[in-house]
Design a protein around this ligand. Structure first.
Ligand code: ADP
Ligand code: MG
Length: 700
């Protein structure tokens, strides 16, 4: 049997080829199903009736019961208008038409009760309503039409070409007539019952023609749940399939390296969060399926040691491991940290970056190929074709958002059986996004900082208070601390930003003069070698102040730096501010972050400053960021495709999302192949949806 919802939209009575074309182009409506799923943006409440003496000169659309007592045509300079006097027991208003006057004149009844609906404006002390909707009171009372009027998404072109909201409404009504409103249930009965969801038919009816506020709310809940539930089914199924299909090396043994390190060389006690995460990773890698795990942990939460211990597991099982970082500075830092840990245990670690000399490069290539090199750390240079591993068992990627998906899969193709993949990020991803976008990835979270850290104190200061801020910096420097002052340089090519930076540097150099003070500067236009040597001077404590652009955002570690001043802080996004702040608070001293802005701040900027001052918690900040910017902006356009949701909203409907995820997991645990009879409809819908809308390959 043909599914009537697959019928092309132009066949709907009242549409035809011309309107069909318009609907396709403007709203992407190709067939009946698309129109059925074009949900209203909002609803106008027509449950309230106004008396004429209650009318106000406002934007609101109102509805009034009364009678027309006379109609006349008024000649004016250009054309004429039709004016009707409309009264109730409290007063009178004028109804005005400029178009369709003939029809109105012939059809509008005098001295018969009507319900009119429209926007009122007052002119010369008399209210008038232009082009009101009119309906006889008797019809109004009989009609099954809901009190809540749906307002559909529209475009300028659509309205211009006469597809008004009323016409849209008619089309949807016609669709319900032609399909006899039979839309099969897809959710299993037990789920409907457990969550008290209204049936699909009722939900679709009430989303378009709500009979009451209550039913509208139930319809919305049901449809949002369904939408999110199917996405979760897809993501979780994908994860299950990967675990079955994509082979991985099982790291069965926890051997000497891991145990020796744990017992004899661990430089500090692991936090509980670190222990938990290592266990999760160990468990994953113990199975003959590829691990694909995201490790989230705020700056300073101690991801490096987790990475290192995961590498030891690879080594214990006779495999090599690599760690790829987005910048040379960061790769160097990882190299320094990891070789310190590895050295006492006789593990061979090397670094490979763009500036590795050719001779050294050759040695590394060879050692990787013959297996004598156990751990390699590097930048993109690791992705070159010349880099071949004997047996890469684990690839760790730091700061994942800087590498594209393409690049990452390049690492895998180097082996027949792909290595386990651990992606580390300090950019907290809000739970809701993690669940929807990364729902197919396993996620580990280090949600605890190592003991003894003092939370960074953050303040917001206006430019006019700069003298006081400078005085504070001098106090801190006198105590032996160091200071970052960061300028926005959004585009490296931006001349104004660059000038601000240089001007800033000059005035700081004047205010903190030699020989008492010394000031470093690092920015993107410097040669890498110069950048590195300036960084090193600052890291070694030879300079007091580091003036920089966001090049220092990622990973730089100078524990003695205790103050972060961010200039024009209103120009930074929340996650960037948080990353920048994470450069301080790495030592034992109390650290500070000072957000400098002008007095003129937008509401969003104010919220960003307040959030930074209020909390150090990266996840909380990420949630605010998500609210301010929306998911599309945060994840980038290419990944946000999956977020083209019809009705649910990832920010507002996070509770429904959790619920949907919970039930999707529960259902797949019970019946992963969806082969039970009560899941037949669900399975069918699921297969149909997977055919159309592939949310595969967003991440792994
Ligand atoms: P991030 O997660 O930002 O990469 P790091 O791994 O660089 O953090 O760790 C930050 C600092 O905290 C390092 O100096 C590290 O040695 C230290 N550290 C990590 N874990 C612990 C712990 N459990 N106890 C004490 N210090 C720790
Ligand atoms: Mg790190």
């Amino acid at each position: 049997m043909n599914n009537p919802l697959e019928t092309p939209i132009e066949y709907l009575k009242g549409v035809g080829p011309a309107r069909g074309e318009l609907l396709r182009k403007e709203l992407g409506i190709h067939k009946y199903a698309d129109l059925l799923h074009l949900f209203p943006n909002r609803y106008i409440d027509r449950t309230r009736y106004y008396k004429i003496n209650e009318l106000q000169n406002s934007n609101a659309e109102v509805q009034v019961v009364g009678k027309v007592i006379n109609i006349k045509t008024v000649e004016q300079k250009r054309g004429k208008r039709l004016v009707a006097k409309f009264v109730d027991d409290t007063g009178e208003i004028e109804l005005v038409w400029f178009q369709g006057q003939k029809w109105i004149r012939e059809n509008l009844k005098v001295n018969v009760p009507y319900v009119i609906f429209g926007k009122c404006t007052s002119f010369n002390g008399v209210f008038n309503m232009a082009h009101p909707e009119t309906e006889l009171l008797t019809e109004h009372e009989q009609s099954l039409r809901s009190a809540m009027q749906p307002i559909y998404p529209s475009t300028e072109k659509l309205t211009q070409r006469g597809i008004t909201n009323k016409v849209m409404n008619k089309m949807v009504q016609q669709l319900f007539v032609e399909t006899q409103a039979k839309f099969g249930e897809v959710l299993p009965p037990t789920l409907l019952q457990e969550l008290q969801l209204i049936p699909k038919n009722a939900a679709l009816f009430n989303i378009h023609f709500p009979k009451s506020n209550d039913l509208l709310a139930k319809a919305q809940f049901r449809l949002k749940f369904e939408e999110l539930f199917f996405i979760q089914l897809q993501l979780i199924t994908k994860n299950l399939i990967r675990k079955h299909k994509i082979k991985g090396h099982p790291f069965n043994s926890v051997g000497n390296y891991f145990n020796d390190f744990y017992q004899n060389h661990l430089p500090f006690e692991l936090t509980n969060a670190q222990k938990r995460v290592i266990k999760e990773i160990r468990n994953d890698m113990g199975h003959p399926a590829q691990m694909n795990r995201l490790l989230q942990g705020d700056v300073g939460s101690g991801k490096t040691i987790v990475a290192f211990m995961s590498m030891l597991l690879a080594l214990d099982n006779g495999f090599q491991a690599c760690l790829m970082a987005p910048t040379e500075i960061l790769a160097n830092q990882h190299y320094a940290g990891l070789s310190e840990l590895a050295e006492p245990m006789g593990i061979n670690v090397k670094i490979l970056t763009g500036s590795t000399k050719t001779a050294e490069r050759k040695v590394i290539h060879e050692a990787l190929e013959n297996g004598s090199l156990h751990i390699i750390i590097g930048t993109h240079a690791l992705l070159e074709d010349k880099v071949q591993f004997k047996n890469l068992g684990l690839a760790i990627i730091d700061e994942q958002h800087r590498f594209g998906v393409e690049q990452r899969s390049k690492l895998w193709r180097k082996n027949e059986i792909p290595p386990h993949v651990l992606v580390m990020t300090a950019t907290p991803i809000p739970r809701t996004l993690a669940m929807s976008l990364y729902g197919d990835l396993d996620v580990s979270v280090i949600d605890e900082l190592p003991p003894g850290r003092k939370p960074i104190k953050t303040v917001h200061r206006f430019d006019s208070n700069r003298l006081k801020v400078w005085a504070f910096l001098k106090e801190e420097i006198a105590k032996g601390r160091q200071v970052y002052i960061v300028y926005p340089l959004i585009e490296e090519s931006d001349k104004m930003d660059y000038k601000d930076l240089m001007d800033g540097y000059e005035s700081i150099s004047r205010d903190f003069p030699l020989p008492q003070y010394s000031v470093s500067i690092v920015h993107g236009r410097m040669k890498p070698a110069d950048k590195d040597s300036e960084m090193e001077r600052f890291a070694a404590g030879k300079t007091n102040i580091m003036v920089a652009t966001t090049v220092i955002e990622v990973g730089v570690n100078v524990p003695n730096a205790s103050v972060m001043v961010i200039e024009s802080a209103e120009r930074f996004g929340l996650s960037q501010l948080h990353q920048l702040r994470g450069r301080v608070g790495r030592g034992a001293e109390q650290s500070y972050c000072i957000l400098m802005t002008s007095h003129k701040l937008s509401n969003d900027s104010k919220t960003r400053m307040e959030t930074m001052v209020r909390t150090n918690d990266g996840f909380e900040i990420a949630e605010v960021d998500l609210k301010l910017r929306g998911p599309g902006d945060i994840m980038g356009k290419q990944q946000s495709g999956v977020l083209n949701l019809q009705i649910a909203d990832l920010v507002k409907d996070r509770d429904i999302l959790s619920l949907a995820r919970h039930h999707a997991i529960k259902l797949l645990k019970e019946d992963a192949p969806l082969s039970k009879p009560e899941h037949a409809a669900l399975k069918h819908a699921f297969i149909e949806m997977s055919k159309k809308k592939s949310i595969w390959n967003y991440i792994s």
